[in-house]
Design a protein around this ligand. Structure first.
Ligand code: FES
Length: 284
C-alpha cells in the first residue's frame, strides 16, 4: 500500500490536484519524462501518470492529476493519510537531454504538469529553456511560479485572453520562430490535436520536435499492446519505447482514432461514479 502524504489543488478552478505519495523505491530511480501506473484497489483500472518530482531523501513521488475520468475523480476524493493499492514505476524512458543547448518546451493545459518537470530537468542540467504554457483561461493556470523559476523565458497564453498573451500556444511558438529564435529542439506535451499542430508548425522551420504521448495503457510493460502507435512506419509501444517520440514521424490520424476506442466504456464508468458522488459527468 502507498500512503498519500499530502494533497493540494494547483489552481482556483481545482482542475488539477497535486498528490505526494510515499514510494521510496520509485523515488530512488525516477527521472524526468518517466511515469508510474497506479491502481486505487485490486479491482481498479490502471492509470498512467507522469512523475512530476521525486524526493529521494524523503522517499516521495509527486504526481499531478486532472480529475476527469472515473479513477482520477475517485483519487481526488481521497485525502492525506489515505492509501492506494499500487504505484508502479518508474516506467518508460527518461526524456533525452544529452547534447542539447537550447530548447523550447511547450505545454497545453494539464500537459504543463508534465512539461514542467522536463523543463526543470533540462534547466538543472544547464540547458537554456524557453517555455510556452498554454491554458484555456486564467482560472486553470497551474505552476506559474515554479515554471518561471525553472526556465529562462516563460510565456503564458490563454485561449480567451484572460491572462498572459491571448491566443493559442502554437501561435506564440510560430511568432518566436518567425522572430528568429533558434532551438535545438521543441519538446511538446498536451492534447493530441495541439501536439499535432505544433509538429505541423515546427516542420516548416525544420526544428526537431519531441512529443510526450499519453495513450491508453494497461500493463505498462510492452506486453498487452494497448499503447501501440505508429512512428516512422513502425509499431511502437508508448510504455516501453516512449513516452517521448519524434513528433514529425508520428502517425497522428491513427493516434486520434485509437484514442476514441474506449469512449463508450469511459462514459459508462463516469455514469457509475456520478451516481456514487452526485458529481457532474465530464468527458475527456
Ligand atoms: S501498456 Fe501494454 S504494451 Fe504498453
Amino acid at each position: 500500500m502507498f500512503k498519500i502524504v499530502s494533497k493540494r489543488p494547483l489552481n482556483e478552478a481545482n482542475t488539477v490536484v497535486e498528490f505526494v505519495i510515499e514510494a521510496p523505491l520509485v523515488a530512488r530511480k525516477a527521472a524526468p519524462g518517466q511515469f508510474i501506473i497506479f491502481r486505487l484497489d485490486e479491482y481498479g483500472e490502471r492509470v498512467p501518470i507522469t512523475i512530476a518530482a521525486a524526493d529521494r531523501e524523503a522517499g516521495t513521488v509527486t504526481i499531478m492529476v486532472q480529475p476527469v475520468g472515473q479513477t482520477t475523480k475517485m483519487l481526488a476524493l481521497m485525502s492525506a493519510g489515505d492509501f492506494i493499492a499500487d504505484f508502479v514505476g518508474p516506467l518508460g524512458r527518461p526524456t533525452h537531454m544529452e547534447g542539447l543547448k537550447r530548447v523550447c518546451v511547450i505545454g497545453g493545459g494539464v500537459g504543463n504538469a508534465i512539461a514542467f518537470p522536463v523543463a526543470k530537468g533540462m534547466h538543472d542540467r544547464g540547458i537554456e529553456v524557453d517555455m510556452i504554457a498554454g491554458f484555456r483561461s486564467r482560472d486553470v493556470v497551474i505552476l506559474e511560479e515554479e515554471m518561471r523559476a525553472a526556465v529562462s523565458n516563460l510565456y503564458i497564453t490563454t485561449d480567451d485572453g484572460s491572462y498572459g498573451e491571448a491566443g493559442f500556444n502554437t501561435v506564440k511558438l510560430k511568432a518566436l520562430l518567425d522572430a528568429g529564435e533558434k532551438y535545438d529542439e521543441v519538446m511538446c506535451v498536451g492534447p493530441t490535436r495541439m501536439m499535432q499542430r505544433v509538429c505541423e508548425a515546427t516542420k516548416e522551420y525544420g526544428v526537431k520536435t519531441i512529443v510526450s504521448m499519453n495513450p491508453i495503457m494497461l500493463d505498462g510493460t510492452g506486453m498487452c499492446g494497448a499503447c501501440r502507435l505508429t512512428v516512422g512506419g513502425e509499431t511502437k509501444f508508448a510504455c516501453v519505447d516512449g513516452p517521448d517520440f519524434d513528433g514529425h514521424l508520428v502517425d497522428w490520424d491513427s493516434v486520434i482514432k485509437r484514442s476514441k476506442f474506449y469512449a463508450d466504456e469511459q462514459a459508462a464508468a463516469m455514469d457509475h461514479i456520478c451516481r456514487i458522488t452526485g458529481g457532474v459527468r465530464q468527458h475527456g
